[in-house]
Ligand binder design. Structure first.
Ligand code: MLT
Length: 265
């Protein structure tokens, strides 16, 4: 299956692969592409079943999502990139690290967790799938996406939420349900955190209630060469809610760890 891949900036520059969250598409990283593309090569794609990437039969696993990522790296000859994932994108990034850490030179994790779903979380996925089946995707999206945002984003930047909701309502329900099943069946990556040797940045919206700052700080404690930052005025979708802060944090991390060595290593 052909996945939609998007590239911004000069391919000779430092490559960063951005993986979006659920149920979103590559454009959730638009602010980061705009800010970082002068000095970096930003690559992203729509995960199978979301955005412009077709859903096929919807039989997804996170392992399949990682296979897709490796296929993109091979096909587009992306040399040893930094991997940046938000939430479900973070689940994919962490599994990719477990499977093949030496394909990456750095890691950025936003609003994500390392644990697999517990029983409660699995039940919530089952309820979500039932809701989509019985009431339609639009109802599910109307309920799920606004909950990801900080209350101040809801009152002061409601346009972002409207736009995100409207886009997601157009996705193929088979793709959205396939992602829910993939997340419910994913593996726990916590055991591997202590083995991550590449420089790692962890970012978490100060008001993220889905993957909380405490949870992410805990991940940071387990990854040896890591730094952790909370993003003010943001919930679960920090790169969209406070892009200025996220952009500067990523830029500082890149300057500190990568700009001396640059690419093609
Ligand atoms: C996401 O933002 O990718 C999802 O909320 C993650 C999840 O549902 O576990």
């Amino acid at each position: 299956m052909e996945l939609q891949v998007y590239k911004f900036g000069n391919e000779k520059h430092l490559p960063i692969v951005f993986i979006h969250g659920f149920p979103l598409e590559y454009k959730m990283w638009s602010h980061q592409f705009r800010y970082l593309q002068n000095e970096n090569h930003c690559i992203s794609y729509d995960i199978r079943g979301l955005g412009e990437s077709s859903a096929g039969d919807g039989q997804f696993t996170v392992e399949l999502f990682v296979d897709d990522l490796f296929e993109i790296l091979d096909k587009h000859e992306i040399p040893n990139p930094i991997l940046c994932g938000l939430s479900m994108g973070g689940y994919i990034a962490l599994r990719a690290m477990v499977r093949h850490q030496n394909r990456f030179r750095g890691l950025i994790l936003c609003d994500t967790r390392s644990e697999a779903d517990n029983n409660d979380a699995k039940l919530k996925r089952a309820v979500a799938i039932q809701k989509i089946n019985k009431q339609g995707l639009e109802n599910y999206i109307d309920e799920f996406i606004p909950n990801c945002f900080f209350s101040k984003t809801k009152s002061e930047k409601s346009g972002i939420i409207r736009e995100t909701v409207e886009k997601a309502k157009k996705f193929d329900p088979i793709g959205v349900k396939g992602c829910l099943l993939a997340m419910a069946g994913r593996m726990d990556c916590t055991h591997f955190l202590g083995n991550i040797v590449v420089p790692t940045l962890l970012l978490c919206g100060e008001h993220d209630t889905l993957t909380t700052p405490d949870m992410m700080e805990n991940i940071a404690h387990k990854i040896p060469n890591s730094e952790f930052t909370t993003v003010p005025n943001a919930g679960h979708l920090a790169p969209l809610e406070n892009p200025e802060y996220v952009n500067r944090s990523i830029e500082n991390f890149l300057r500190k760890n990568f700009y001396q060595s640059q690419i093609n290593q």
